[in-house]
Design a protein around this ligand. Sequence first.
Ligand code: OGA
Ligand code: NI
Length: 383
Amino acid sequence: MTMSPAIIMLVDDDVERCHEETPEAQYQTGVKLLCENGLHRLPKKYIWPPSERPTRTDTQDPNVAGKQNLQLPVIDLADLLGPKRSQVLHSLADACQQYGFFQLVNHGIAEDVIRKMREVSERFFDLAYEERAKYMINDLRAPVRYGTSFSQTIDTVFCWRDFLKLQCHPLPDFLPSWPSSPVDLREVASTYAQETKYLFLTLMEAILESLGIVEARQEETKRKEILKDFEDGSQIMVANYYPPCPEPDLTLGMPPHSDYGFLTLLLQDDVVGLQIHHQQRWLAVDPMPNAIVVNIGDHLEIYTNGRYKSVLHRVLVNSVKSRISVASLHSLPFNYMVRPSPKVIDEKNPKRYRDTDFGSFLDYISTKEPKRKDFLESRKLTN
Ligand code: OGA
Ligand code: NI
């Protein structure tokens, strides 16, 4: 019996069989170049095992249709800094405990600064491959690094993502090594980096207050002292580029992961893609014009002894539009130990995490695929 191709249901083995193997060298150069060279099928290297593929069941199930796009808590920074502070601090604490994510509006970063950051990232990825490739370095600690997938030297299955990583703090040390093309990249990205750093400090201060670690009426000098470590803290910016993908249902832009630091401030464009793991389901984070998505990282979960949650998230791709995001990851200085704050542990709430530093995180991810919350799990005390 012959079947018309239109009604053949592909089983997973078939899906894999009709995709080509690409020579290793070809996918090491990134998905942008792969697309530029013309691509109609997804190469095998990018096909995720069925259990990890982006099931779209949420959107297909009539019981949850319409609810699949999660309305994240919205925090208004202008309110947080005004007379409604104590009320907003409660909403902030709720968001950090229940979602690990929130959208920040009225954050004070000018629209212009945000637009330019998005545009310059786009123009960087639009450069000729040779120009981008100047920054393709395997060393995870390099201050500037262009790369693809998640950890391209150790990932067995690749992600549909290219990225540019910029170390930002202290800025004068790193700025001279940032890409010199596009010509305005250094100026635009350093302005954006400084503004997000300031925003991070403002948010950290509020978060410390929401935890009772600093007090509302605490002397200014005492507050400053506590925040000083964060002022000197590490900052890394990552511009992510997800080109349209010929078979988006078979791959991921980023695998489920949690971020390592205290807070990540994420700028997304108007293309959906980000999903967070909330109450056993994957839920899309709707882009909100000019809002910044903020999420808790592993270090803040450790610091709060588990009260605030570092939540798994992942990125889906689509076949139509490219997507750009810029993540700014903030933590303490690289050589600092992160440990549960003495103010949040007591007899009833004993220390639940081991002390950890950035070095041990880097050692960990350079030997393993940094999937899920493996690193955080490895820091948990089991007693
Ligand atoms: C990240 C991240 C999400 C996105 O860079 O860690 O989760 O939407 N990015 O690109
Ligand atoms: Ni992330």
